[in-house]
Design a protein around this ligand. Structure first.
Ligand code: DGL
Length: 241
């Protein structure tokens, strides 16, 4: 099966990596819209336009299904995209909501982009105590390797919630990249949920293995970050023509 995966940048690679680790025998085509990053502060209309272009690019690559590896697009545009295309489209958030509703976690923090939090998708669909936390600076820190700012930023966003939650949802696909820093901050005492795990049940294995990565804008930093996150040999990384 040819699986198309997209995000605004390198964040969706955390989803791709997890899919590949569990189902290596598929043809994966990844698209990161680095030219238009970040998505987290855009309007719904802008997000609909950009995600349509992302999907059109993947359809040109003849994918059979699409994984929206972006929390911001998943929380704001999924109905729009599903009504527009016949091809199966899976969002990153609804498997997590299903998983949490069947879990025993009751005090749940959600960290995500402004636009995901403003959609209230978690609060509206979970019957639990939910703390919605906007964390817009994480994506620019991660995309631009500004890691000296990270610990301070984590503390400023999370100190208020530290003692209130028993699980923290990484509600943006960039955030598993900073999982170690978050675990350190919580002294490993709080469960961190990477949304790509509940998504895994949507896929199966096939019989051809390949990964092709495309970005709308490519530079050395993006190439190095891609190699570091995926840690897979002989990657094909190209700028979208
Ligand atoms: N990785 C994204 C998400 O899951 C996009 C973040 C952004 O571009 O602001 O929301």
């Amino acid at each position: 099966m040819r699986v198309g995966v997209f995000d605004s940048g390198i964040g969706g690679l955390t989803v791709l990596k997890n899919l590949y680790m569990h189902y290596p025998n598929n043809e994966y085509v990844y698209f990161g819209d680095t030219l238009n990053l970040p998505y987290g502060n855009k309007t719904k209309e802008e997000l609909e336009k950009l995600s349509t272009k992302d999907i059109e690019f993947l359809l040109d690559k003849k994918v059979d299904i699409i994984i929206v590896a972006c929390g911001t697009v998943s929380s704001n545009c999924i109905e729009y995209l599903k009504s527009k295309y016949q091809i199966p489209i899976y969002d990153i958030i609804s498997p997590t909501i299903k998983y949490l509703n069947n879990s025993n976690y009751n005090n749940i923090g959600i960290i995500a982009t402004n636009k995901t939090i403003d959609s209230h998708i978690f609060k509206n669909n979970l019957n639990k105590s939910i703390y919605e936390i906007k964390t817009p600076d994480f994506v620019p820190i991660i995309e631009n390797n500004r890691y000296s700012e990270l610990d301070y930023t984590i503390d400023s966003y999370l100190k208020e919630y530290k003692d209130k939650i028993d699980l923290l949802v990484l509600g943006c696909t960039h955030y598993p990249i900073i999982k170690d820093n978050l675990n350190k901050y919580f002294n490993n005492k709080i469960e961190l949920l990477d949304m790509s795990y509940p998504l895994l049940e949507k896929l199966t294995d096939d019989n051809i293995s390949s990964i092709k990565i495309y970005y709308s804008k490519l530079n050395e930093t993006i190439i190095n970050n891609t190699k570091k996150i995926l840690d897979i040999d002989n990657l094909s990384i190209e700028e979208k023509e």
